[in-house]
Design a binder for this molecule. Structure first.
Ligand code: OAD
Length: 240
């Protein structure tokens, strides 16, 4: 449903319990490529060759080269006014949760703290053998794949196709959506599940839903307010 920016701003101001769901679109204006749509990563690369456990087992060097290339882009990127608006929103609301599908770390760098990362973090690695996870912000690695002290291969600690979401993150997201008065959905194509299912879940539990996206998504017709435009321009107007 279309609505005015003024109406959406008022709903955001009035709500005490707010959940925000973000996707790659919020980082687009920081120069981080999205996955789908014009210039999207999945137009150039095949997900099954790069973002599955099978791909990593087959060719860990290729998978790591792709992640190091993405790290190099993200390292040069800075949070944009969209990320910063969400930090302001967090400061104003007694109950707030930012749920992101992004692995780039730009929300944290902007200052968001009440945050759950559904798809992991590109700046962390996990051992495929012993499961140890640690931060690793290097842009170059001495060997690909890098090795854990136990001898196992280290992989990016991100969720790949066919893998489950981190249980704690998912449970926290579901809990927050169930008690939210308002869900603000920003820059996601809303086609990747289970993340996208948070949108109908919010609807079922009676929350208002506002969508900010450059384009129409499968949920646009069902939300209370679908705003078309760039997150970096619309969010600062919604959260002045
Ligand atoms: P997508 O690339 O699928 O969608 C990005 C969305 O952002 C699209 O709907 C665009 O219209 C919108 N968009 C682009 N630029 C924008 C801007 N400046 N302002 C507002 N909207 C903008 O990204 P996600 O929905 O995040 O999964 O993709 C979900 C998951 O698919 C990702 O987390 C990743 C990918 O495979 C994993 O890595 C597990």
């Amino acid at each position: 449903m279309a609505c005015t920016l003024e109406q959406a701003r008022k709903w955001i101001e009035e709500a005490e319990r707010i959940v925000v769901l973000t996707g790659a679109g919020i980082s687009a204006e920081s120069g981080v490529p999205t996955f789908r749509g014009t210039g999207g990563l999945w137009r150039q690369y095949r997900p099954e060759e790069l973002a599955t456990p099978e791909a990593f087992a087959r060719d860990p060097k290729l998978v790591w080269e792709w992640y190091l290339w993405r790290r190099s882009i993200i390292a040069k990127a800075a949070p944009n006014p969209g990320h910063l608006a969400l930090v302001r929103l967090e400061a104003r609301k007694p109950e707030f949760l930012l749920i992101t599908q992004n692995v780039d770390g730009l929300h944290e760098r902007a200052g968001s703290r009440r945050l759950v990362k559904l798809h992991g973090d590109i700046w962390e690695v996990r051992c495929v053998q012993c499961g140890r996870q640690e931060r690793d912000e290097r842009l170059e690695l001495p060997e690909l794949p890098p090795r854990c002290s136990c001898g196992g291969s280290l992989r990016p600690a991100v969720v790949w196709f066919g893998e489950d979401l981190p249980e704690n993150a998912w449970n926290e997201a579901v809990r927050a959506v169930h008690s939210a008065q308002l869900l603000l959905v920003v820059g996601t194509s809303a086609v990747v599940y289970p993340a996208a299912s948070l949108i109908p879940m919010a609807r079922t539990s009676g929350a208002r839903i506002i969508e900010v996206n450059l384009e129409e998504t499968p949920y646009s017709p069902a939300v209370d307010c679908a705003l078309r435009g760039r997150a970096g321009e619309l969010l600062p107007q919604l959260i002045p």
